[in-house]
Design a protein around this ligand. Sequence first.
Ligand code: DLL
Length: 447
Amino acid sequence: MHWNKEESLSRQDMSKLQSERLKKACERVYDRVPFYKKSFDAKGVKPSDIKDIKDVVKLPFTKKSDLRDNYPYGLFAEKLDDIVRIHASSGTTGKPTVVAYNRNDINLWAEVMARTFTAAGATNKDVVQNAYGYGLFTGGLGAHYGAERVGAAVIPISGGNTQKQIMLLQDFGSTVITCTPSFALYLYDVAVDMKINFDTIKLRVGLFGAEPWTEEMRKEIEERLRLKAIDIYGLSEIIGPGVSSECIEAQDGLHMNEDHFYPEIIDPATGEQLPYGKEGELVITSMSREAMPLIRYRTGDITSLNPETCACGRTTVRMRRIRGRADDMLIIRGVNVFPSQVESVLLRSKEVAPHYIIEVNRKGRMDEMNVKVEVTQDVMDKMAAKVLTTDLKAFAQEEEELIKIKREIQKNIKDIIGVTTDITLVPPASVQRSEGKAKRVIDNRPK
Ligand code: DLL
């Protein structure tokens, strides 16, 4: 089932629509946003040079720093009178990135999020427990309007409040949950602590995003929470959630809403556009936005694009699951390491749980990576039982067991990623849980 006919246009019709929309967006920003007039002029390009979607490569990029430099309202293409919503995403340093919507943008957002819910199999028969944070973060309100548009009953519980979340899951019979994948796992842990019988919970699908996660993490979540876990992607600068999402039929790549958000993959070093299938940085032009369209926005996210028609019938280009952000990539003694690669390797091991922290330190001139990961309750129980026997030999064997687990993970990380790491196994529930976006990396190296 599709929400809009634009999800299954022929490639030719899609290009035609994109070409028209790109032209309009260029005219709009050139006329209304001094920053764009300047950056178009600096590149020697005029809106009239843009005749086809392929001409996009002539246009200048927009970077996150451009939003900061024009803080707060400098990139708005609309007067405040017509702006009806302002969101912001908190950066790690300094001022937040500010984004604006007019009425048409809010409507567009609800439409693309309705596509997202529909692709995940949600309908007016569903009860959607929306555990994305409401506020400046786009997750809460973005999911809210989309779920309402498909006619579902939305519970605007927002993030956090874990025990109450579980009570509502049981009492309100929520069938769909929306939250970060790390919060989904946290919810599960709390439910286990509360001795909840999962047969009393009706959840059948979760729409998870806002942070990188892996296929292995998906499997864990699906098994534990007994639902289908759908990957949804977006960023505030473009609209919020609603940029791309998986379909429940195939779960094989995220359908880009490319009639509104034109995707390209570039080589992050040279800025050169790369062909379909090649991995690089995702760049998006938000062609239909009115209050704040962005031209060739560099997302910093690493992925690739696949133009083949999906088994679900949608023809929109699919984006592969995000590998990570270019700026989250760690360089450890010359080897590029994405936290998601470490996650994949860890979750292959049955003895550890999907809760981990990667810490990087510099000793002298050497980088050292330490991965702190929780062992499962099973491993813990086995250890405890042995200790209780006061049988020292058995205890020593258990320690050997732990060393074996550590060695195996170390070996897999070395073989698959190519770096030597130190592994610290810690008891269940000792790694900090997240109610929103998880923080998985602590980099203590001097900048
Ligand atoms: O995280 C919007 C969102 C809300 C998406 C709810 C999905 C669900 P920002 O706070 O601006 O917006 O953060 C955007 O988060 O550039 C990616 O690095 C990362 N991200 C978002 N979704 C995914 C995903 C929202 N599915 C930044 N997989 C993006 C991996 C994701 N990374």
